[in-house]
Design a protein around this ligand. Structure first.
Ligand SMILES: *Cc1c(COP(=O)(O)O)cnc(C)c1O
Length: 354
């Protein structure tokens, strides 16, 4: 249980904060003073430590580097106007982490290790949570196989870690998106629903090619027909068509079950907008655009929060939008930011006090 969990804490002698201004930091480049590390061995988690952020010593034969048993999460901590620290819906990330672990044949991380470890680490590095609007402390829990042996089989040892990175706004500008119909991110039966490292390695070539053509990211389509849309980069995607919002469903296990996606579904419904989770084809999207009923398109994710999509390119068709006139996306973004930054009441119990 939580009380029984032994975490040894070694504090850093000096804080790196003395040399850093937390305003407008780029995403994921700076790390706080401490990190959490735990080892899985002989069927149990042990050596739970919070210690100064530092490099790991590892063997070149480390299993994760060869066969990719590696998963992660992305969570954010905020400060309310009174300066109190909160973490947004971390229990949902904890549950998803173990879903990813199960798919990758990795051990479950106990709730007290994940949640209490995170709480103590964030508490210790609380002064790293920026207080400017759109800023936050990004929390990165991750696990990887740590056997030092190059044989293809599930590792017997693992490391679970948490590191913290203060961050400013992620993708600030509305994006131009290339609808991908050659490369594939995920197929039914695959690992699309897991936040597994391999999903990102395999997506980089498609994204690089889209960038060369002048786009920011790709919108993935299904592996079978390249007909149904899936998600964008590290974001789930919503299409406001008529007075409904439509987002791809999770049935096939090809897309990540985003915590921001779930949150936005709830907020849209509370705004009186009907939400449909169902297969959505690129043809239906283009038809709605041509009929003038496709009003807004946006991505959702912890890192980026809500990202406006100003252009979609599919074959020779370009769908472009004047995002300045958008109402739904703007309202969702504002509502969500107000809850996360403590300016409006948290009626759902989403903010977890540190
Ligand atoms: C993390 C992630 C998301 C967004 O999930 P959130 O829980 O909202 O942060 C969406 N798609 C992919 C592929 C992701 O890795």
């Amino acid at each position: 249980m939580i009380e029984a969990m032994d975490i040894s804490v070694t504090k850093a002698e000096t804080s790196k904060l003395n040399d850093l201004n937390l305003e407008n930091l780029p995403f994921g480049r700076y790390f706080s003073d401490h990190m959490l590390e735990a080892d899985y061995e002989n069927g149990e988690w042990k050596n739970v430590e919070i210690k100064p952020y530092q490099p790991l010593l590892m063997s070149p034969s480390l299993a994760a580097l060869h066969y990719g048993q590696a998963i992660f999460e992305g969570i954010k901590a905020y400060r309310d106007p009174q300066g109190k620290a909160f973490i947004f819906r971390p229990i949902d990330n904890f549950r998803r982490f173990n879903i990813s672990a199960a798919r990758m044949q990795m051990p479950e991380v106990p709730e007290e290790l994940f949640m209490e470890g995170m709480r103590r680490l964030v508490q210790l590095d609380k002064s790293w949570i920026p207080s400017q609007p759109d800023h936050s402390l990004y929390i990165r829990p991750f696990m990887f196989s740590s056997d030092e042996m190059i044989g293809v089989r599930p590792s017997e040892t693992y490391k679970f870690m948490i590191i913290l990175s203060p961050t400013g706004p992620y993708y600030a500008a509305p994006m131009r998106i290339y609808v991908e119909e050659h490369y594939v991110r995920a197929c039914a039966g695959g690992i699309g629903y897991a936040k597994a490292a391999g999903n990102y390695g395999s997506s980089m070539l498609a994204t690089a090619e889209a960038r060369k053509k002048g786009y920011d990211q790709v919108l993935w389509t299904d592996a079978h027909e390249h007909k149904y849309v899936q998600e964008i980069g590290t974001m789930n995607v919503f299409f406001v068509i008529g007075n409904k919002a439509i987002t791809p469903d999770l049935e096939q296990g090809t897309i990540l079950n985003g915590v921001t996606r779930q949150t936005v579904i709830t907020l849209l419904q509370e705004m009186g907008i009907e939400v449909e989770e169902r297969p959505l084809s690129i043809d239906e999207i283009i038809e709605a655009y041509q009929a003038g009923t496709l009003k807004e398109v946006f991505g959702t994710g912890t890192a980026a929060t809500i990202t406006l999509i100003r252009e979609l390119k599919y074959k020779d068709t370009v769908l472009s939008f004047d995002t300045d006139t958008w109402k739904v996306t703007t309202q969702i973004k504002e509502t969500l930011n107000n809850i996360r930054e403590g300016r409006s009441e948290d009626t759902h119990g989403w903010m977890w006090p540190v």
